[in-house]
Design a protein around this ligand. Structure first.
Ligand code: ZN
Length: 101
């Protein structure tokens, strides 16, 4: 009886935790706009058009990953991208964009 009550409590805690993670990681931004997943800053936008650029990742993890079948989706602001890039052991390749769209 006690074990069962403890089990149910644990399951409820896990359910609550899963829901809050889902809300926190939801970043499709249709109505509220996208935010930087790293610092939480909302990306500037006017009339649903973003007025600042950001890095957006949409990664389907594959067969040779422990996350096989999962998709990671997140966005990072330019400042957070720069601090991330500066932490790299191997520098990123940077080139001039020849064609502006
Ligand atoms: Zn950021």
């Amino acid at each position: 009886m006690n074990n069962n009550a403890e089990y149910n409590k644990t399951m409820n805690d896990q359910t609550v935790r899963m829901e809050s993670i889902d809300k926190r990681t939801s970043n499709n931004g249709d109505k509220t706009g996208k935010v930087c997943n790293k610092c939480g800053k909302a990306f500037a936008r006017v009339n649903d058009i973003y007025r600042e650029d950001f890095l957006e990742i949409n990664k389907d993890w594959g067969f040779f990953s422990v996350k096989d079948g999962k998709t990671y989706r997140f966005a990072i602001c330019e400042d957070c991208c720069e601090s991330l890039v500066k932490s790299f052991v191997v520098p990123v390749e940077v080139s001039d964009t020849t064609e502006l769209v």
